[in-house]
Structures are given as C-alpha cells and as structure tokens.
Design a protein around this ligand. Structure first.
Ligand SMILES: Cc1cc2nc3c(=O)[nH]c(=O)nc-3n(C[C@H](O)[C@H](O)[C@H](O)COP(=O)(O)O)c2cc1C
Ligand code: SF4
Length: 480
C-alpha cells in the first residue's frame, strides 16, 4: 500500500488519524475496483472468510466499536442480539440516510470510497449470517446511489459478491434502495417500513427491535455507513489492537463534521476522545472569525443538547471529579454525555456571539416541525407548536410566558413518543431554554403578557392575525 498524498488544500490536519477517510480527496484515487484492489482492497474480506463468523463478531466486540449513526451502541453486542434459535432469514441494512443536520461524513464515503463500505458490509453479513443486504441511500444522494450500484456490479464481477464468494461457500446479494426523502427514514424502524414499501412510520420498541423483528419481521442488523467501514479495519488490526486507538470505552476513530461559525469548517477524522473541543475548533478549524467569542456548541447533530461557551462542566465523581470549560471537553461519547449532551452523529455546530439564540432555535424547530412523521400526537402537534412559539419569539410577538410554554411543550414530548424523534425534536428546545432563558426572554415583549388569555385586547387581535397569516402556509393547521 502506498502512502497517500492529498489534493491541494485537502491535506489532513496534523491532529487527524485517517483510517476511514484515508482515501478521501486522495491524489490519483478513484472509485474503480482496480484502484481499490491495487491498494490491497478486499484483503480483509478474504481474511474474514477464513475465520468462523462468530470469531469475526468476537473481534468486533473486542474492538469496542460503537455505532457512528447516533446512539453509539456497541456494534458487536448488537450483532449478538439475533435470537440464537432463529430459523428465519437474517438481513443487514446499511443506513446511508445521513439526514441529521450538521452531519456530512457518510456522503464522502459513498462518493469516493464505495468499495471500503462494501468490504465492511460483506464482512458484517458474513459475521451475522445475512445473505441479503440493502444499502438504503438518502433520496437526495442520487449520484452516490449510482456510484455504489457500479461498485456492487464490479464487486460481483470479481467474485466478492454473489454465489460462493471467493470459494468460501458464502453467498450474498446487495441492493441499493433509494430513500423516501424524509428525515425519519434514517430512524431504523422507519427505514425498515420504507424499505418494505410503506410510509416510514417508526415501529414501537419493544417489541420491534430490528435484531429480532426487523425487515419482513425477520432478524435485521441496521448499521451506519461509517460503522460498517470500521469492520474492515478491525479485521485487519484485530479487535484488541483496534481498541488501542481512541480512549477506553470510546475506541477507534470517528469523523467529526464541523459547521457554523468557524473559519475552516469541514470533516476531520480523529481518535475518539484524543482531541478536545478547543483543539477541534481553534487548531483544526482555524478558530472563530476576528473579534468573535464562542457562544455555544451543538456537539452531535442538531438534536444534541446545546452546550454554553461560558459554562463549567463537571465530569467524573468523588475524588475523580473535575471541572472543564467547554473548550477542554474531550470529544468522546461518555464525556459529552456527562456534560449533558451527546456525541450523536458527529456533527459539531459552532455558534458565535453574532448569532441570535432565538433565531438558531427557531431554525432547528422549523426543521423538526417539518420532519415529524405525525404518528404520535405529542410529536406531531408539539413540534409544530414549538416552531410557532419560536416563530413568535423571533418576530418579537411573543410574551415572556411563551418561553415557559415552549419549555413545557418540549417536556411533554420527550419520553412520550414511539420513536426517538420525540427526544430529537424536544432536546434542542429544552436545552436552549435551560441555558439561554435570559436571551430568549429578552426577545419577547413584556407588554404582550397575558394577551393570549385576553382575546379582546388590541395586541391579541394583531397577534392572532399574524398567526392566521402564518398558518395559511402551514400544511397542518393547529392553534397554539
Ligand atoms: C429521528 C432519527 C433519525 C436518524 N437518522 C439516522 C441517519 O440518518 N443515519 C444513521 O446512520 N442513523 C440514523 N439514526 C439512528 C438509527 O436509528 C440507528 O440507530 C443507526 O442507523 C444504527 O447504526 P449504528 O449502530 O451503526 O450507529 C436516526 C435515529 C433517529 C431517532
Ligand atoms: S416520535 Fe414523531 S417521528 Fe417518531 S413516530 Fe412519533 S410522530 Fe413519528
């Protein structure tokens, strides 16, 4: 394997550790199978096919790999959830829906290194005993779907897919399925419904955990694109060796996508927990714009709870407890959770002091109100109410009590819905109100207090008129 060189302006930062993104923006690299094979491609598949499937799963367990799609669930453990006495077919689905705002890593893999994904996916199928796999690709990635389809036919022509792969006796077919163009298609049970040709209405868990009752009610493993790519490297390095990357319980590398108010936004692959928020923002992303201060960071995609720039975060317990500033937080699953947020999908959104918090929250609420699938009343109605209340705050037509109402609506969604979209849409509001109540309240008008309770007042009449105008453009008319 040759040492990669990268295109002008695309060189990795010195703090990066390129495992999954080794070939991204690489000089002389293309998506053909010949290029991939020249670099030792499919070597790990051959190695895995010489092992027992259970051994591969054990290596993945030993690696400590946690899913990169959002929840950070241990991948090897998930694979063992297929019922031991199962007699039904097992399916594997690669989740390439990548729809969480602030996240833009999987698309680079699909566009520039599809064989890496296929190799990881085939090994994963071998480990879990799946003979049919789907790559569910976001509707808005038409080019990615074409590239992956071409890679599948190349892999088949070379005997890495199809019947009796490389003489191992293992058969596997892989199909690309184009997504249905909604955020909720990324939620694994909504995705499965969509793949079955239905509306992507998420299923309730329990009982519909995909590993037991997934696609066509058969055991189904759903893994993210980046997660599946790691499998190939785990087979190459061995689980224990892989686990030396990153930090204990937060092993390996992960791709962080940085957007918002930094000089050099982009993607960065780092060892998990080995760099801090400050290193990421100031060293790797060139810091903030001239004269700006950090106001807040959303560390794991727009559904992650916001962290304030000037707050102190206590992690650890007892004698091990320590206080960290925002910029001192290591970027790993457990620390971000201890700080009250999550590593989520790896989408880091930086907000500087030029931004109106009301505007940022309203932007997020607009997204979630649009994307609720509508199955559960708290989410369907509540996500729209949160949008409408934050619309009012931004427009300067909200009363101070509206901030409490906003918080109360969010807290009545969280934990009361079929799928985790309920948390995804309510956590931004809950955390923005908790951390920026003063600023949100400052954007309301004290003289509008009680107007909603007094429909006779002139202010209330004007207010209601503006609401009615806004509602004309809404698909789901709901009075708040
Ligand atoms: C509302 C919602 C949207 C989601 N969108 C995505 C997505 O776009 N891509 C993804 O990989 N996982 C997404 N997930 C997580 C998946 O449900 C699932 O946990 C993940 O694909 C499992 O893969 P992993 O274990 O490799 O992380 C979403 C979850 C929720 C609740
Ligand atoms: S929580 Fe929201 S997105 Fe999830 S099933 Fe209920 S209505 Fe649909």
């Amino acid at each position: 394997m040759s040492e990669p060189t990268y295109k002008a302006g695309k060189q990795p930062h010195a703090n990066e550790y390129r495992l999954i993104f080794r070939n991204i923006d690489r000089e002389g690299w293309d998506t053909s199978i010949d290029t991939y094979l020249n670099e030792g491609g499919y070597g790990e598949l051959k190695k895995a096919l010489g092992m027992e499937p259970g051994q591969v799963t054990n290596e993945v367990k030993a690696s400590g790999l946690r899913g990169r799609g959002g929840a950070g669930f241990p991948t090897g453990v998930k694979w063992t959830f297929i019922p031991p006495n199962n007699t039904k077919p097992v399916y594997l689905i690669c989740n390439a829906d990548e729809s969480e705002p602030g996240t833009f890593k999987d698309r680079y893999i699909l566009h520039q290194d599809p064989h890496q994904l296929l190799e990881g996916l085939i090994i994963a199928c071998f480990a879990v005993g799946a003979h049919l796999a789907y790559i569910y690709i976001r509707e808005e990635f038409p080019e990615a779907a074409q590239i992956v389809e071409k890679a599948i036919s190349e892999a088949k022509a070379k005997g890495f897919l199809g019947k009796d792969i490389q003489g191992s006796g293992f058969d596997l077919e892989v199909y690309v399925h184009r997504g249905a163009g909604a955020y909720i298609c990324g939620e694994e049970t909504g995705l499965i419904e969509s793949l079955e040709g239905k509306r992507p209405y998420p299923r309730i868990k329990p009982p519909y955990f995909p590993a037991a009752m997934g696609l066509y009610m058969c055991p189904t493993i759903v893994n993210n694109v980046e997660t599946l790519c790691h499998v190939k490297h785990i087979v190459k390095m061995g689980g224990e060796e892989y686990a030396k990357l990153g930090t204990p319980r937060n092993t390996g590398t992960r791709i962080l996508c940085v957007s918002g108010d930094v000089r050099k936004p982009g993607y960065f692959e780092v060892e998990v927990g080995k760099i801090t928020m400050g290193q990421l923002i100031n060293d790797m992303c060139g810091g903030l714009k001239e004269g700006r201060k950090i106001k807040a960071v959303i560390p794991g995609g727009s559904s992650a709870k916001v962290l304030r720039g000037d707050e102190k975060y206590t992690i650890g317990k007892g004698d091990d407890a320590k206080e960290l500033s925002l910029l001192e937080i290591p970027m790993d699953f457990d620390t971000l959770m201890a700080c009250g947020s999550m590593a989520g999908s790896g989408g880091v959104i930086v907000i500087d002091d030029s931004r109106s918090i009301s505007w940022v929250l309203n932007n997020i609420n607009n997204f979630y109100a649009h994307e609720s699938c509508g199955q559960c009343t708290p989410c369907r109605e509540g996500s729209l109410w949160m949008k409408k209340i934050s619309d009012r705050i931004v427009a300067g037509t909200a009363s101070p009590e509206d901030v409490d109402t906003l918080d109360s609506v969010a807290r009545n969604i969280d934990g009361r819905t079929i799928c985790a979209f309920g948390e995804a849409c309510s956590w931004p509001t809950e955390s923005f109100v908790a951390k920026f109540r003063d600023e949100l309240t400052a954007d309301t008008k004290a003289d509008l207090s009680g107007t909603l309770l007094n429909p006779e007042s002139k202010l209330a009449a004007a207010h209601l008129k503006s609401q009615q105008e806004a509602q004309k453009t809404e698909a789901k008319p709901v009075a708040v």
